[in-house]
Design a binder for this molecule. Structure first.
Ligand code: CUA
Length: 179
C-alpha cells in the first residue's frame, strides 16, 4: 500500500515538474523583459539581507554577552569532586551529596572525548560539559532536590558509549540548614 502510494505521488510530482518546465519554456521571453522584475527582486533581497544581519547581530549579542562565564560566588566553598571519564564508564571521587551543597565537578577524560551530562529522575538534563583528555572542565552545581541522579555520556565515544552511566544520590539537607 505504501509502495503504491509512493509510486502515485512520485508520478504526480514528476508530471508537475514536467508541466512547470514546459510552461516556463513556452512563456519565456527575451532577457530584457525581466529587468523590472529583477530590480524589484534585488531590492527585496537587499532589505532581507539587512534584516537577517540585524536579527543575527541582536541574537549574538544577547546570547553571548555573559561570556566569559564567571565562577559562582560560592565556588570557593564547593565540594570538589573528580570525575574521570574513560571507555566506558565514569569514576567519581564522591557520589553522595546533600541538598544545598555546592559542588564543583572537575571533569576530565583518560582516553578520548566524552560528554558528562547530569540528569534528574525525569531524565531532564541539569548540567553538562565535555570530558576532554589532558584538560579539566568544571561544572558548578547545587542539587535542590533529594533523589537519584544519573550521569550519562553525551558524546559518541565508541561501541560502549551507551553503557557510560554513573549514579549520584542526593540526601535531604542537614538539620538546621535550609536549602
Ligand atoms: Cu563516553 Cu560516549
Amino acid at each position: 500500500m505504501y509502495q503504491q502510494a509512493a509510486w502515485i505521488i512520485s508520478i504526480i510530482l514528476i508530471l508537475f515538474v514536467i508541466f512547470v518546465f514546459l510552461y516556463v519554456v513556452a512563456h519565456s521571453g527575451r532577457r530584457t523583459d525581466y529587468e523590472p522584475i529583477q530590480r524589484k527582486g534585488y531590492r527585496i533581497r537587499n532589505v532581507w539581507f539587512l534584516a537577517v544581519i540585524a536579527a543575527m547581530g541582536l541574537a549574538t549579542f544577547y546570547t553571548l554577552r555573559d561570556l566569559p562565564f564567571e565562577k559562582p560566588a560560592h565556588a570557593a566553598d564547593s565540594t570538589v569532586v573528580q570525575v574521570k571519564a574513560r571507555q566506558f564508564g565514569f569514576v567519581l571521587s564522591q557520589n553522595e551529596f546533600r541538598v544545598g551543597e555546592p559542588i564543583a565537578f572537575q571533569v576530565t577524560s583518560e582516553d578520548v572525548n566524552h560528554g558528562v551530562g547530569i540528569y534528574d529522575e525525569r531524565m531532564e538534563l541539569l548540567a553538562q560539559t565535555q570530558a576532554m583528555p589532558k584538560y579539566t572542565n568544571t561544572i558548578y552545581y547545587t542539587f535542590d532536590k533529594p533523589g537519584t541522579y544519573q550521569v550519562l555520556c553525551l558524546e559518541y565515544c565508541g561501541i560502549g558509549h551507551h553503557v557510560m552511566v554513573a549514579t549520584i544520590t542526593v540526601a535531604p539537607a542537614e538539620e538546621g540548614k535550609g536549602n
